[in-house]
Design a protein around this ligand. Structure first.
Ligand SMILES: Cc1ncc(C[n+]2csc(CCOP(=O)(O)OP(=O)(O)O)c2C)c(N)n1
Ligand code: SF4
Length: 284
């Protein structure tokens, strides 16, 4: 591993094919910077994704990567983490990937508290399939698939994941790079499930840059991320739409650490049994 890594040391030879101005470029840059500032060796990192423009992410990094199937970055990342807990495993994807087809996986990752940062590049639209409304699209979203607007109320990801009792919950914005790097570093250091919603505009189908510039603000300086009720309350604010770390607690152990402890307890209880004895007992 290089001595003082630079963000570019994490870049692969594959040039991103995102539209010029896509918010996902900032997310890629911020994550590479966070890796560099934490001096994480690329060979110790695995990035798992689903399907979507944002999910192309692993190809642009020279870490290990797995471009999986739609909506499944979390089960994929969970399997990788459990089979090799020493690796830094990061799950990434879009709001369609994470909150539509993959929505059922978030509560379980949160309640397990698996040691994975999960970065959702939320552009409130399905970018890859050319602009259908997503679970976070505001009701007034007019696009090809909803020319008269949408009827469904948008999900509120921060409030939702706080309710799932995630131990780290944050919101970043592609227009605020320095702050995003700080959030990613904290998420990468967190010994549990770390959910980060990044407001990452899709300049081709729903350009929200200006809107977010106008309505976002940092969380109040006095906010205590250990206070779940305060985090819940702040997550309901629409204007300002807060950026920063809503929740951060280390009161629950991470899942792979817990599993290790469970294994020790089980071995203490059954000191003389081998796996072959267990298999034999099934055959009898
Ligand atoms: C099982 C399955 N269903 C649907 C699709 C079609 N599909 C591909 S990407 C996508 C949504 C992309 O939106 P999002 O996850 O928000 O990512 P973005 O492209 O906006 O970054 C859909 C519905 C698919 N590939 N697989
Ligand atoms: S379609 Fe939207 S999300 Fe996809 S690369 Fe272009 S700007 Fe980004």
């Amino acid at each position: 591993m290089m001595n003082t890594p630079k963000a570019k040391d994490y870049k692969s030879g594959v040039k991103p094919i995102w539209c010029p101005g896509c918010g996902d470029y900032a997310v890629l840059n911020a994550l590479m910077r966070a890796f560099a500032e934490l001096a994480l060796p690329p060979e110790d990192i695995v990035v798992a994704s689903g399907i979507g423009c944002s999910s192309r992410f692993p190809a642009f990094l020279n870490t290990y990567g797995f471009h999986g199937v739609h909506g499944r970055p979390l089960p994929l990342a969970t399997g990788i983490k459990l089979s090799n807990p020493a690796k830094t495993v990061v799950a990434v994807g879009g709001d369609g990937d994470g909150f539509s087809i993959g929505g059922g996986h978030i509560p379980h990752a949160a309640r397990r508290n698996i040691e994975i940062p999960y970065i959702v590049m939320d552009n409130s639209i399905y970018g890859m399939t050319k602009g259908q409304p997503s679970p976070t699209s505001p009701p007034e979203t007019h696009c090809k698939a909803s020319p008269y607007g949408t009827l469904e109320a948008p999900l509120t990801p921060i409030m939702m994941v706080l309710a799932y009792q995630a131990t780290f919950v944050a919101r970043a914005f592609s227009g605020a790079l320095k702050e995003m790097v700080a959030i990613f570093k904290a998420a990468l250091r967190h010994p549990g499930f770390a959910f980060v919603q990044v407001l990452s505009p899709c300049v081709s189908f729903l350009d929200t840059y200006q809107h977010y510039r106008e309505i976002t603000a940092p969380l109040p300086a006095e906010h205590d991320p250990g206070d779940l009720m305060a985090a819940m309350q702040l997550s309901q604010s629409v204007e300002p739409l807060y950026l920063g770390i809503f929740r951060h607690t280390e009161e629950r152990p991470g899942y792979s650490q817990g599993l290790q402890e469970l294994r020790v307890r089980a071995e203490e209880k059954l000191p003389d049994l081998t796996m072959f004895d267990v298999l034999d007992s099934y055959e009898r």
